[in-house]
Unconditional design. Structure first.
Length: 89
């Protein structure tokens, strides 16, 4: 996709999709009935992950291979941080 549409548009689409997932998870934590999730860690954890996602995207320089690799690595960090958050929610 990135070779056809460009790095920045593909990264934007990925961040919009992941950002929407983090927003929904944060909303679920705040709006779900008591006892389904531990609200505070779920809401704060997903909000922080969303902030990290957008910070990673904001730092992306689509013309720099090193920056693209850091962006890709940041997405993987979010993946592993999500698993680290699971036991607390």
């Amino acid at each position: 996709f990135a070779t056809r549409f460009g790095v920045r548009p593909v990264a934007r689409g990925a961040c919009l999709t992941l950002g929407a997932a983090y927003a929904v998870a944060t909303g679920l934590a705040l709006l779900s009935p008591d006892g389904i999730f531990r609200r505070v860690p779920m809401a704060i954890g997903h909000a922080l992950l969303g902030l990290k996602l957008w910070r990673t995207y904001a730092r992306l320089d689509a013309s720099s291979l090193g920056s693209i690799k850091r962006f890709y690595g940041g997405i993987w960090q979010l993946f592993y941080l999500q698993y680290a958050l699971y036991p607390f929610i």
